[in-house]
Design a protein around this ligand. Structure first.
Ligand code: NIG
Ligand code: FE
Length: 401
């Protein structure tokens, strides 16, 4: 089955592969374009007048086309809500204080532990549908809201059920979020068995750890990374969200796929990321929602890091279910240019997930792409509050809402 997509004002894409630093600005633009898709892959892109003949034509109505977005960091599966925390924060209680008092992540964990796998799938599916409809065609989803062995495995199975029933790509990550009780017993009896079981049963592709004063120490994170490596899983890290306590150095030394957050990163962390292949994933929804400083996106790009953007969709720090809005915020809050933001949300985000066949539109790439509501691709990161995306295509077929 082949389709020739025609009447495209412009196809705008980075080239395949992670881009570092100012190279994130280099986009390939084909005007008055056509694109041939066969078997779910792009086979040809060029000017309409040069298009191969003999294929069924699909007229896209004169709009711009960009690659499907990749969201490399979400916590889409949870139960309960954090509306009371939100209200408390508006009267001055901080996110960290709420976590210290046993609320925040721990209150989501109590609700998530109490929910069945089926209930988790049912309550999370509309969020996945919304994020996909926004333009995210590949979405990472983490566990991390149960904090015990059975509950985390239940979360991973719920993520697996979402993956198996969704047309967008879902990549599951085991998140070791906050320790409970006796810390070394928690690592030995909960975290390490979880890593081993998740790997053995194929429930996770990566292990993520929250390295922070109120969560895991650098030493504990190192031990968890060792367990993940022994089990054959990739590692990634939540680091420098509130305090730069050394997680970024550990992650770069461990060749982690990505270090995510970075709001509190300073020049030493920026340099480490610029010198490493670890992707620096920034999450502007958190800065907006918590009213806290933004990650130094501009400085990371200028230093030469591979920068990606994610939504961090979650109930506590980033209730953001739009991948284009995450990019739009990265332009406003983190100082990325529109071109850099597109690269951050496509090929660089794919690199953070170790996926190398997407995030770009070129022969051989997965035919995941977005038809915008505009003939100028920059509307993708310009429009706020209404969707700049008209149609989402996965493997060359439109994604029905
Ligand atoms: O990425 N920082 C830790 N984890 C999540 C927040 C989770 C929550 O507040 O529920 C984050 O911001
Ligand atoms: Fe997160």
């Amino acid at each position: 089955m082949s389709s020739l997509f025609t009447n495209i004002s412009e196809v705008v894409t980075p080239t395949l592969g992670a881009k570092r630093g100012r190279a994130m600005r280099d986009l390939t633009v084909t005007r008055d374009a056509a694109m041939l898709v066969e078997g779910g892959r792009v086979v040809w892109i060029g000017a309409r007048k040069d298009a191969p003949i003999g294929h069924a034509e699909r007229d896209l109505g004169g709009v711009a086309v960009v690659p499907g977005l990749v969201d490399p960091h979400t916590h889409l599966v949870w139960a309960g809500n954090r509306l009371a925390d939100f209200e408390a924060r508006t009267s001055g209680v901080t996110y960290e204080e709420i976590l210290r008092r046993g609320g925040g992540i721990r209150s989501t964990a109590a609700a998530t532990r109490a929910a069945s796998e089926e209930a988790l799938v049912a309550s999370s599916r509309p969020r996945l549908t919304a994020l996909a409809a926004s333009g995210a065609t590949t979405i990472e989803i983490k566990s991390g809201y149960a904090l015990d062995v059975d509950g985390e495995l239940k979360m991973l199975r719920a993520i697996g059920a979402l993956r198996d029933s969704s047309r967008v790509t879902v990549t599951p990550t085991l998140l070791l979020h906050v320790p409970q009780g006796d810390r070394s017993a928690y690592l030995r009896d909960v975290c390490e068995p979880l890593v081993e079981i998740a790997a053995r049963e194929g429930l996770a592709e990566a292990v993520d750890v929250f390295c922070e004063r109120e969560a895991f120490t650098v030493e504990e994170t190192a031990r968890l990374f060792d367990a993940a490596r022994r089990a054959g899983l990739r590692v990634k890290l939540h680091a420098d969200q509130f305090h730069a306590i050394g997680g970024t150095k550990l992650a770069c030394d461990a060749r982690a796929s990505s270090v995510d957050h970075l709001e509190a990163s300073g020049s030493a962390e920026i340099r480490l990321l610029a010198e490493s292949s670890t992707v620096a994933t920034i999450l502007p929804g958190v800065s907006l929602h918590l009213g806290l400083p933004s990650a130094p996106g501009r400085a990371l790009v200028d230093a030469g890091a591979v920068v990606a953007v994610g939504t961090d969709a979650n109930p506590g720090s980033s209730p953001l279910l739009s991948a284009p809005l995450a990019l739009a915020l990265a332009v406003r809050l983190n100082g990325l240019t529109p071109s850099e933001a597109l690269t951050a949300g496509t090929v660089n985000a794919a690199a953070a997930l170790d996926l190398h066949d997407r995030g770009a539109l070129a022969p051989g790439c997965k035919a995941d792409f977005l038809a915008l509501r505009s003939d100028d691709w920059r509307d993708l990161v310009y429009i706020l509050g209404a969707s700049p995306v008209r149609d989402v295509f996965v493997n060359g077929e439109v994604l029905e809402a």
